[in-house]
Write a protein that binds this ligand. Structure first.
Ligand code: HEM
Length: 511
């Protein structure tokens, strides 16, 4: 027994020494490359703050950004566990990574495995030429003419939304607002992008809502993000790692393959996103790749499902979070609420009280409210990029090696006191025309920037606006006491969500 104990201790000591040596060697990475770095600790590197300071990933990267900036540096290194991560804070370097030198950083480096996790192949994770070929086809779904058509659908659905809210206002019952908004935005995206009437607002499709909500829990759960960043992809594939659950895969495969079958059988063409992906699923001799020169290989059925699923899920959850954050701030700041309502009413009077596309586009203070909400609460608080070939950072002696992650903290940028004095305060007037002109354009990037910018940006903004207009023109919005005063974010997710629900009360407005 004693001998066994001694051997066990010996093995454990050797293992421990190896781990310490491995970490010490890994932590020397940035020093050896002449880049300043934030001091890491074993075993989580700089990510220990997620645990020790009870912060979310988005907040931790925002802290990195602000600390690097305070030290007067243009960029620095950090470590997530033993993995070196490059953090630029200088607006010129950020601009180069996202836009000018995009060819060095074309991918996010997230997990993708067609074989082991078929629904991970969606456009957000897609890489290189697969991504380029897809992305080149998508603007056709979001032209100005299409946005107007989709606005008409949004406006029609806002009637049901109002009906649901009227019941709460009439009874004076407090309710959890995010859930109501998600129902509205989910019905919108399903109708506009997939051509299906889901009636989630009428509570006829609870399973779709449940499955849709789980997309971001799957894609961005902190434990999965850590694994994806630290363990090489080929090892994760060997270990049969999955981001999307089998249940999720089965549910959406059924749904979208049936839609494809139905449209093909009935020869239905709606000119929407689903049509674009159906065409990409077929062999067309005149269909060219992103360069316009080579014929394109069709996407297979499961890729078709994977893209439409991502659009459905990204399409409702991001906007409903944004509307929730906006309402939370408007309820806490009645003066902004009242100023916005005055604008909405004034402009609608000009349009005979019809909520039209042009009327909403004319609402400039509404723009300020949405911009300020997205500044303070960027739903996706970091913009990850993976270096595709060695990149010498212009104006420095630092080279970012192929495979290294560069993480741009849009949350950090947007809370930088140099651009936004008193950065934690909600002040919509920051986004007046004069104030906008004073900041570098990279100082507001809630939708990312460059070729990988959010493809649904205009759509997301439009549905956020119609939800706000519907609410503000009809009700006074009050925060219910069930909403906690201490503001924290849900910690296990990368996506920014408020921990605890936002409960509000509505009061009908006097006409
Ligand atoms: C307020 C709402 C939204 C916010 C804040 C938001 C934010 C973002 C951000 C930050 C990115 C990453 C950009 C980058 O890496 O540079 C992104 C990508 C993306 N978003 Fe959105 N989004 C919103 C709404 C939507 C909507 C409504 C859709 C679909 C209709 C959508 C579909 C996508 C897709 C497909 C991508 C991946 C684009 C690519 O890699 O080419 N988003 N979004």
């Amino acid at each position: 027994m004693e001998v066994f104990n001694a051997t066990t201790w010996y093995i454990l000591t050797v293992l421990l020494l190896y781990i310490i040596w491995f970490y010490k060697r890994s932590f020397a990475y940035w020093k050896e490359r002449g880049l300043e770095y934030l001091e890491p600790v074993i075993p989580l590197g700089n990510a220990f703050r997620v645990i020790s300071k009870k912060l979310t990933v988005g907040e931790v990267f925002a802290q990195f950004y602000l600390e690097i900036k305070e030290r007067g540096l243009k960029h620095a290194g950090v470590f997530v566990c033993w993995k070196p991560i490059y953090i630029p804070v200088d607006p010129e370097i950020i601009k180069r990574i996202l836009i000018t030198d995009f060819e060095y950083f074309p991918n996010r480096g997230l997990y993708i495995s067609e074989e082991k996790d078929p629904l991970s192949t969606h456009i957000f994770n897609a890489e290189n030429s697969e991504w380029r070929n897809l992305r080149a086809k998508l603007p056709a779904a979001f032209t100005s003419a299409k946005m107007r058509k989709m606005f008409a659908i949004m406006e029609k659905l806002s009637k049901q939304f109002k009906e649901n809210l009227d019941a709460y206002a009439t009874n004076g019952t407090p309710f959890e607002i995010k859930s109501e908004i998600s129902r509205f935005t989910a019905d919108i995206i399903a109708s506009c992008a997939h051509g299906i009437e889901t009636n989630i607002m009428k509570k006829e499709n609870e399973e779709l809502l449940k499955q849709g909500r789980s997309f971001f829990d799957n894609q961005f759960h902190i434990s999965k993000v850590l694994l994806v960043i630290t363990i090489p992809r080929h090892i994760l594939v060997k270990l049969n790692f999955r981001i999307m659950t089998r249940e999720f895969e089965k549910y959406f495969s059924n749904l979208f393959q049936n839609i494809m079958k139905y449209r093909k059988e009935k020869e239905i063409k709606r000119g929407d996103l689903t049509d674009i992906f159906i065409r990409l699923n077929e062999k067309h001799d005149d269909e060219r790749d992103f360069s316009g020169n080579k014929p394109i290989d069709p996407i297979n059925d499961i890729e078709f499902v994977s893209h439409l699923t991502a659009f459905f899920c990204a399409g409702f959850e991001t906007s409903s979070s944004t509307v929730t954050f906006a309402l939370y701030e408007l309820a806490r700041n009645p003066e902004y609420q009242s100023k916005l309502r005055t604008e909405i009413k004034k402009i609608l009077t000009k349009y005979d009280n019809n909520v039209t596309y042009d009327a909403v586009m004319e609402m400039k203070y509404l723009d300020n409210i949405v911009d300020e909400t997205l500044r303070l609460y960027p739903v996706l608080p970091i913009l990850p990029r993976q270096c595709a070939k060695d990149y010498k950072v212009p104006g420095t002696n630092v080279t970012i090696e192929k495979g290294t992650y560069a993480i741009i903290s849009n949350m950090g940028i947007q809370r930088d006191p140099e651009y936004y004095p008193n950065p934690d305060k909600f002040i919509p007037e920051r986004f007046s025309k004069e104030n906008n002109a004073k900041r570098p354009f990279i100082s507001h990037v809630p939708f990312g920037e460059g070729p990988r910018i959010c493809v649904g940006k205009r759509f997301g903004i439009l549905q956020t606006k119609i939800a706000l207009v519907t609410m503000l023109r009809n009700y006074e919005i009050l925060l219910d006491k069930k909403t906690s005063n201490s503001f924290t974010y849900a910690r296990t997710e990368l996506i920014l969500r408020k921990a605890g629900n936002v409960w509000i009360k509505l009061k009908h407005l006097e006409v």
